[in-house]
Every structure is written in structure tokens, then in C-alpha cells.
Design a protein around this ligand. Structure first.
Ligand code: NAD
Length: 513
């Protein structure tokens, strides 16, 4: 089988000593046991990475803390210049990095490139923002006084990321954190460690070219135990954690106990409401891409379709028909739509979820199953499934990270559909397909979708970097990427300056001596 240029990509990305435990130049904080990275694409060992020990972690924290003390003094537009150079390097390396993302994580090559493009986009956004970290001037109630609010760097930012966006989530956080004057420590998913080393190599080159300390960007490797070193550490004022709600519950509690800040980006259970006036030309690609893209392993993947009973049969048949066209296979082969799940544990979870849905009364419309034979040797390729189900089923309430789509009916007014859409514990992404203006506005109103993302006539997945990204309820409440998400990477300070010769107290309080 052709290797689709993977060897060459690994070489270009500077992934050396890949079988002895690759590490990252001078910034090597990993000397522990070996973590093996297998590709879900063909089941082959791609390379090994050394894990971070407690001793390595201490060394890293010293380096990061020291780097922060100098980096915070650099004017933010100059920090923006570093991010601009980083974005340009990503432009140069989009192809090899995109390929590595596709091979190590299993998403389609187009989505791998798309992920690197997101990194480039957020760099561009951050560069502009580096000249706009504006505070404000506030009128004081006291004569001869002025109040203002300003934003300062927060310190060392800890980033914990999930396997499914093995490079973009880091860039969403770091590019903003850097222009804010913070330094970053990244613990990537143990399921995609090579992607993080490739990214670190890229930024390390940029920092070196600019004579800046490499401690501005540190990576540590390993599983949750290494993550726990970060979450418990009072020297890290902000933890940005992306992953399951289970993980977020633990991380959020640990960080809160030490009065740290956390930015949580957790699981979703996203639905599209399909109303009587919805246009099938928009519904079908929106729903199908949302459900099967990245093999159902996006936090914003479409899990539920809530369809008006009057158009239910028509929509169901169109979606079922479209599923027949889906080509499953090697994601590096651009003729394929759907690649593998991340590993065999995910395959087990997928199979168990289908059984649970059946046991609760679900009606399977498109059968699932694990693919075997040539090209499917990794054992991670599964068929996307469609099941007619009810919203209250336990399994429907739960986020299964796999291509399982639940169809359900609503009757009457759009409010009934919105109630179903909101009737889950997660609150990440949501969409309505309608040509009826009143329905769209109701969906977007305060009585409408309770999610962090609410779309009209586009699906639930595929957000742009310009908007704040994140969700409510068990999705964790965090916002990153665009809009004013930068504020979480800074500490806010209110200043009151007295330029008079008196000392009047606030609220007219007298304190005469
Ligand atoms: P996961 O929760 O298993 O792991 C995520 C990261 O957390 C990994 O780096 C892991 O090592 C670390 N971790 C786990 N337990 C920890 C602990 N106790 N302390 C510190 N770190 C810990 O998630 P996953 O399987 O990699 O990713 C899939 C999940 O991520 C899905 O639920 C998906 O919805 C969610 N996700 C959410 C977003 C979002 O923006 N809302 C984006 C991507 C993925």
C-alpha cells in the first residue's frame, strides 16, 4: 500500500528518533516511559514518545515561569509578530501537518488540512487582536478621580486537549494566550502525541529565530496522570481543558479547589431541528456531514435529528438514501468520506451504544457494523448508523463519540422541537432548518436553543474561528477562539487614580480625622 507521503511528512516535521521515543530539541521535558502511537488508519505503529515524569514536570515549570517573567514585558503587538511568523510557518507546513493529523487521528485528509487552516486563521485573528487588548475608562463618582480597567497577562496557561482535534485546539488557546503575554504548557491527548511534538517543533523554530526563550511554549506528554500534575499546580492560574464531561468534572473541581480558573470545552449532544419548510438540499448535506464527518468524533457532531411529523418520511428517506453513497476507507484517500474511529475501545463503545438503543426500543434504519478485510486491518472502521429513537432514551441522552444518528419526530409548533433539542444535559451546538422567519427567530431567542452555538440553515458542526466557541450545561461553559474569548487568558484590573488634593471616600462616607 502507498504510504500517502507519510514518511516524508514525518521527516519534514522533524520527528526524529521516532522509534526510540521522539523528543523536542532543547525543550525536552519528557524522559519517562514510552507511549506508543498507532495509526487507526492501518493499525501500524507510527512512533513512540517519552512521557513526562514528575521531575521533568518541575524542570518544565521552572522554564515556563522564567520565560513568563520576560515575555510579559514584550509589547503585545510584538508578541503578535511572533504569532504572525508562526502562522506563516503553518502555511508552509500545512500539507505535512495535515497529513500527520489525518494519519494519527484518522480524520479525512481534507479535514486534516482544514484543522491546520483553523490554526492559521486563529493566528491571523490573534495578530490583529494583539493591537486591541483594550481596557476601558470608567467615570468616577468622586471629583478629581478617574477609573479604568486594564488587562494583564495571567501567567502560565495549562492546555489539556482531546484526541479529535489534535492540533487546532492547542492553537486556539496558544495564539490568544501568547499575544496576551502568557506562556503555555500543553498536554496533548495520549492518543495523538506525535501531532503535539510536530507543533512544538514548529513553534520552537520560530522562538529560536527571534531569540526568545523556548519556555514560552512547553509540551508535556502522557495520560491523565500528567494532566493531574497541571490541574493541581497553583503555579498554573488557568487550565483550558478540552475533552469529555467526565474529565471536565474532575478537572473543574480540582482547579476550583485551589481557586484557579478553568476553561472547559466538553462533550456535546447536538441536534438539528427540521421544520416543514426546510429545504432538503440544505438539510441532507448538513445532517449527513454533521453526523458522519470525522466518523462522528467531533464535539459538534450531529447526534439527533428532530423532524416535523409532516415531513418526517420524506426527510428520513432522503437521509437514508444519502447514507448509501457514503464511502468508508483510508482517510488519506480523498475519494473516501469516512475514516476510522480512533481505536478499538471506541469501536466497542459504538457497538454497545447500538445494542443499548435497540434494547430501549430503537428502530435501526441503517445497520451498523465493523468493517473487515483489505484496507480495514486496523479494526477501527465502522459503518455509520441511523436509529429511530426517543429523546428520553438513556443512550440518546448520552454522547457516544461515534457515527450514530438518532431520528425523532415532533408535532405541532417549533416550541415542541426546541424543548426536545434542549432536553439533554449537554449544551454545545444546535441548528434549525427552516424557511420560516418566525421559527428561526424563536429558535435564536431567549426562549430558544440553550446551546453555546445556534445556527440557522447550516448544520451543527464546522465553526469559524471568528465567533466564541463553547457550550453551556455539561459542555462546561467555556469559550475560546474568537469574539472576546481572549479575556479569559488575562487578569482584569480596576484602577482608581486620585489627581485631586482631597481624599473623598466612595459612597459619600465621612471619615474625618
Ligand atoms: P478525554 O476526556 O478522554 O481526554 C481529553 C484529555 O483529558 C486527554 O488529554 C486526557 O489525557 C486528559 N485527561 C483525562 N482525564 C484527566 C484528568 N483526570 N486530569 C487531567 N487530564 C485528564 O476525551 P477524548 O476522548 O480525548 O475526546 C473526546 C471528548 O472530547 C468528547 O467528549 C468530545 O465532545 C470532547 N471535545 C469537546 C470539544 C469542545 O470544544 N467542546 C472539542 C473536542 C472534543
Amino acid at each position: 500500500m502507498t504510504d500517502f507521503g507519510i514518511k516524508e511528512a514525518l521527516k519534514t516535521l522533524g520527528l526524529k528518533d521516532i522509534n526510540e521515543g521522539t523528543s523536542t530539541g532543547s525543550n525536552n521535558f519528557s524522559n519517562g516511559e514510552l507511549i506508543e502511537s498507532y495509526s487507526p488508519v492501518d493499525g501500524k505503529l507510527i512512533g513512540k514518545v517519552k512521557a513526562t515524569t514528575k521531575e521533568d514536570f518541575e524542570k518544565m515549570m521552572d522554564t515556563a515561569t522564567k520565560a513568563f517573567k520576560s515575555f510579559r514585558n514584550m509589547p503585545s503587538p510584538q508578541r503578535g509578530e511572533i504569532v504572525r511568523q508562526f502562522g506563516n510557518k503553518l502555511r508552509e507546513l500545512k500539507e505535512p501537518l495535515g497529513k500527520l493529523v489525518s494519519y494519527e487521528m484518522g480524520k479525512s485528509l481534507q479535514e486534516g488540512y482544514g484543522e491546520v487552516q483553523e490554526m492559521i486563521d486563529i493566528c491571523d485573528f490573534a495578530v490583529g487582536l494583539s493591537r486591541q487588548l483594550n481596557g476601558q475608562v470608567i467615570p468616577s463618582e468622586r471629583p478629581g478621580h478617574i477609573m479604568r480597567e486594564q488587562w494583564h497577562p495571567i501567567g502560565v496557561v495549562g492546555i489539556i486537549s482531546a484526541f479529535n482535534f489534535p492540533v487546532a485546539v492547542w492553537a486556539w488557546n496558544t495564539s490568544l494566550a501568547w499575544i496576551c503575554g502568557d506562556v503555555c504548557v500543553w498536554k496533548a491527548s495520549e492518543k495523538a502525541p506525535l501531532c503535539s511534538i510536530a507543533c512544538q517543533n514548529i513553534i520552537a523554530g520560530v522562538l529560536k529565530d527571534n531569540n526568545l526563550p523556548e519556555g514560552i511554549s512547553c509540551i508535556i506528554n502522557g495520560d491523565y496522570k500528567v494532566g493531574e500534575m497541571m490541574t493541581a499546580d497553583t503555579r498554573i492560574p488557568l487550565i483550558s481543558a478540552t475533552g469529555s464531561t467526565r474529565m471536565g468534572r474532575i478537572v473543574g473541581t480540582t482547579v476550583a479547589q485551589r481557586f484557579g480558573k478553568s476553561l472547559l470545552e466538553l462533550g456535546g449532544n447536538n441536534a438539528i431541528i427540521i421544520t416543514p419548510t426546510a429545504d432538503l438540499k440544505v438539510v441532507v448535506p448538513g445532517a449527513v456531514f454533521g453526523a458522519v464527518g470525522t466518523c462522528g468524533q467531533r464535539c459538534t457532531s450531529t447526534r439527533r435529528l428532530i423532524i416535523h411529523e409532516s415531513v418526517y418520511d420524506k426527510v428520513r428517506d432522503a437521509i437514508v438514501g444519502a447514507y448509501k453513497q457514503i464511502k468508508i476507507g483510508n482517510p488519506l484517500d480523498e475519494t473516501k468520506h469516512v475514516g476510522p474511529l480512533i481505536d478499538k475501545d471506541s469501536v466497542k463503545t459504538y457497538l454497545a451504544a447500538i445494542e443499548k438503543a435497540k434494547a430501549e426500543g430503537g428502530n435501526v434504519l441503517v445497520e451498523g457494523g465493523v468493517l473487515t478485510g483489505e484496507g480495514f486491518e486496523s479494526g477501527c472502521y465502522v459503518k455509520p448508523v441511523i436509529i429511530e429513537a426517543e429523546n428520553h432514551f438513556k443512550i440518546v441522552q448520552h454522547e457516544t463519540f461515534a457515527p450514530i444518528l438518532y431520528l425523532m419526530k415532533y408535532s405541532g409548533e417549533v416550541e415542541n422541537a426546541i424543548e426536545k433539542q434542549n432536553g439533554v444535559v449537554q449544551g454545545l451546538s444546535s441548528a434549525i432548518m427552516t424557511n420560516e422567519m418566525k421559527e428561526a427567530e424563536k429558535f435564536l431567542s431567549y426562549a430558544g436553543s440553550d446551546c453555546g452555538i445556534a445556527n440557522v440553515n447550516i448544520g451543527t458542526s464546522g465553526a469559524e474561528i471568528g465567533g466564541a466557541f463553547g457550550g453551556e450545561k455539561e459542555t462546561g461553559g467555556g469559550r475560546e477562539s474568537g469574539s472576546d474569548a481572549w479575556k479569559v487568558y488575562m487578569r482584569r484590573q480596576t484602577n482608581t487614580v486620585n489627581y485631586s488634593d482631597e481624599l473623598p471616600l466612595a459612597q459619600g462616607i465621612k471619615f474625618d480625622l
